[in-house]
Design a binder for this molecule. Structure first.
Ligand code: SF4
Length: 732
């Protein structure tokens, strides 16, 4: 038996795994005891990864060869890589000639490896000359990106996992880490066991399993986080808990924010958020002082910043998936800046990445609003820098389409060719009626996938079989900026190929048409060569990994960026010197007003619908759904509803209820759950139409829970509000 060191492909904790294999078969998996993210631990999903590579899965569930659907609604026919690559290059060339580059779009995934992102990005921008490249990370982390950039100057989580053990207070907002980031949650439990004085505050409309561990659970009304954070700052000002020296020396914009939060008394925020004023005051105290403070019990002066213990905040989709996503992120970062709770062990904001490599995708610039190396596509100098590295004259100036507008454009008939890789938008995007209409209308849909039967593969004109976990090499970055190697333990099954290799092959064929005789931009010697080109785009930037070759990664193990040339290790924490990557070196307070959710509940739609993860499933279940054991925890989807609401609606446990929004309906069994507040409802995000019944508003296509959600998005981050929609519920 051989063991290959790699990384778990599920969540953004980024646990190290050792893949056990015999010949060409993966036979087992165990946690890597030397990986600094997990030290050998794995959760239920990670520890069953080998069961996603059984002979049955490879035979029955994987996409094994390129397939063409000559006619919509017709059968798929195998055509081989030669034919598939040539056909796709021809189609791209034809669209470029007829309609131009804006008629082509790429929709990628936070589950791709950094090298996959890098090649797709270069193909889209340098060769096709379009910025229409976005990813499902838009649904995941784009509000965190926008929040970091506007408050701190760069998309860089400043803290790290080790800080869990140093913190006096853990402030967890909009994150059910116990289920969504289980191994990280074990570290929280360890930290608490080692330091019983550590306080945990959880902000969540549901009483989640994470909230069960909290000293204080703020069960606020959906979408009211900005009001809560402003009121906490109001209390900090009033009580004299600010770090005045830090504000004066390292920040700007506090006066405007102070003026804004003057109106946010705890009583006013309590009214808006559905909380008690005393709860808000308590949360403000623990945040500012780091729990009970380092020295207060020993008679220290709590108003002295030096007497305070550190506070670490952890947050995820509850803040990000919101029409106020960026404002929520910055309002939370305001609290860190106002109290000096940043840039020291145990302190700072730490966004928890949903996907395994949403961070790497941001670093490689694989989104419409980014360029490689945390550059900006609207900045001419940035475009010129990347063009020079890639060896082209210029990059496109016209802004690209982010996820929701990309599918809206396709629904209007403006996208002629849509290339989707490693993601399942016919289940995961909101407003499924529109998304499915877009896929049906787009003349040529390419789906590059490891699994044969996702919701989206049914819309594909061309299916390209991709290698997946255990079969491909590359790198990923986890939530604490730590870059780890992903390694192949076995060859890919059938004719499946690595994602970047598929993109590069099509690119080379397209080059022959668009740049005849010119040296290829895509002639990479291997995955490491792609990595080295990516590293080059980071040199001199905030995420400089000029010193992080694969040899260094092999010798010294996973490292946190930045790690410039000549450094012996990556940087554990950022901003310890109080300097931020802004033009004047100061962080910015953001005075964003509170705005309610986009779709208010009313008499016709009185329930606030929330969606999220279960402990043992992942996204649309294309991978985790192949493991029977992972259904033991929740064998089917259910509508979780407060017993009072069930009684009001005449529903009993297990009976079918119909959920209706303005966009569609769905029928689900109902389950009584006091974790959900009255007039709220929770449905897991994982099941698509193959498991649940329902129709859209036109009574046509069937979709999972995202058929009910709307596509309205945060104006800064363009991230849609997948955490809230107004619905009605009635017996089916
Ligand atoms: Fe994988 Fe996340 Fe579980 Fe770690 S916590 S084993 S990265 S799913």
């Amino acid at each position: 038996m051989a063991e290959t060191r790699s990384t778990c492909p599920y969540c953004g904790v980024g646990c190290g795994v050792l893949i056990q294999s015999e010949g060409n078969r993966i036979t087992g998996v165990r946690g890597d005891p030397d990986h600094p993210a997990n030290f050998g631990r794995l959760c239920s999903k990670g520890s069953t990864l080998h069961l996603t590579a059984t002979e049955r899965v490879l035979r029955d569930e994987r996409l094994l060869r390129p397939m063409l659907r000559p006619q919509r609604g017709g059968a798929l026919q195998p055509l081989g890589w030669e034919g598939a690559s040539a056909l796709l290059a021809d189609r791209i060339d034809a669209v470029l000639r007829d309609k131009g580059p804006q008629a082509i779009a790429f929709y990628l995934s936070g589950q791709l490896l950094t090298e996959d992102y890098a090649v797709f990005n270069k193909l889209a921008r340098a060769l096709v000359q379009t910025n229409n490249i976005d990813t499902n990370s838009r649904l995941c982390m784009s509000s965190a990106v926008a929040g970091y950039k506007q408050s701190l100057g760069a998309d860089a989580p400043p803290a790290c996992y080790e800080d869990l053990a140093h913190a006096g207070c853990l402030f967890i907002a909009g994150a059910n880490s116990a289920w969504a980031h289980p191994v990280l949650f074990r570290r929280i439990e360890d930290a608490r066991a080692a330091n019983p004085r550590q306080k945990i505050v959880v902000v969540d409309p549901r009483r989640t399993e994470t909230a069960d561990e909290a000293d204080l659970h703020l069960q606020l009304q959906p979408g009211t986080d900005v009001a809560l954070f402003h009121a906490m700052l109001h209390v900090m000002v009033w009580e004299g808990w600010l770090d005045e020296r830090f504000i004066a020396e390292h920040t700007g914009g506090f006066a405007a924010l102070k003026s804004l939060v003057a109106a946010w008394t705890p009583r006013e925020a309590a009214r808006v958020c559905g909380l008690k004023a005393e709860q808000i005051e308590q949360a403000a105290r623990w945040f500012a002082l780091g729990g009970e403070g380092a020295d207060v019990r020993a008679g220290g002066d709590e108003t002295t910043p030096a007497a305070r213990a550190p506070t670490l905040s952890l947050y995820c989709q509850g803040l990000n998936q919101s029409t106020s996503g960026t404002a929520k992120n910055s309002a939370l970062i305001n609290l860190h800046l106002a109290t000096g709770q940043i840039g020291k062990p145990g302190a700072g904001p730490l966004s928890l990445t949903g996907q395994p490599n949403a961070m790497g995708g941001r670093e490689a610039g694989g989104m419409a609003t980014l360029l490689p190396g945390h550059r900006d596509p609207t900045d001419a100098a940035h475009r010129a820098e990347v063009a020079a590295i890639w060896g082209v004259d210029a990059l496109p100036e016209q802004p690209g389409l982010s996820a929701v507008p990309m599918f809206e454009a396709a629904a209007r008939g403006e996208i002629e060719l849509l290339w989707i890789a490693c993601t399942n938008p016919a289940q995961s995007l909101p407003d499924q009626a529109l998304v499915r209409a877009a896929l049906a209308r787009c003349p040529f849909v390419v789906v590059q996938e490891a699994f044969a039967r996702t919701e989206t593969t049914g819309y594909a004109d061309l299916l390209l079989p991709a290698a997946t976990w255990g079969e491909k090499d590359g790198t990923v970055t986890n939530s604490e900026r730590r870059i780890s190697r992903v390694r192949a333990a076995v060859p890919a099954p059938g004719e499946a190929r690595g994602d970047w290799q598929i993109a590069a092959e099509v690119a080379r064929r397209l080059e022959a048409k668009l740049r005849p005789g010119a040296p290829s931009l895509f002639d990479y010697a291997g995955t490491e060569a792609v990595w080295n080109e990516h590293r080059q785009t980071t040199v001199g930037r905030d995420l400089d990994i000029g010193g992080l070759s694969w040899t260094v990664l092999d010798q010294r193990g996973p490292q946190q960026w930045p790690m410039a040339a000549g450094w012996s290790s990556g940087r554990v924490r950022l901003y310890q010197d109080g300097r931020f990557p802004t033009p004047d070196g100061r962080a910015r307070f953001i005075a964003a007003p509170y705005k309610p959710v986009a779709e208010a509940t009313n008499a016709q739609h009185p329930f606030a619908l929330n969606t999220g993860r279960l402990r043992d499933q992942w996204h649309g279940m294309s991978r985790s759904g192949s493991v029977p054991a992972l259904f033991a925890h929740a064998p089917q989807p259910a509508l979780q509803l407060h017993p009072q609401d069930m009684a009001r609606r005449g529903l009993r446990e297990g009976e079918l209820a119909e959920l209706k929004s303005k966009r569609g309906s769905l029928v689900l069994p109902v389950a009584a759950d006091t974790r959900v507040a009255p007039l709220q409802a929770f449905v897991p995000m994982h099941w698509g139409s193959q498991f649940v019944g329902g129709t859209d508003a036109k009574g046509q296509s069937r979709a999972g829970i995202n058929g009910l959600m709307h596509g309205k998005s945060c104006p800064q981050s363009l991230q849609p509000e997948l955490k809230h929609a107004a619905i009605n519920i009635a017996p089916a």
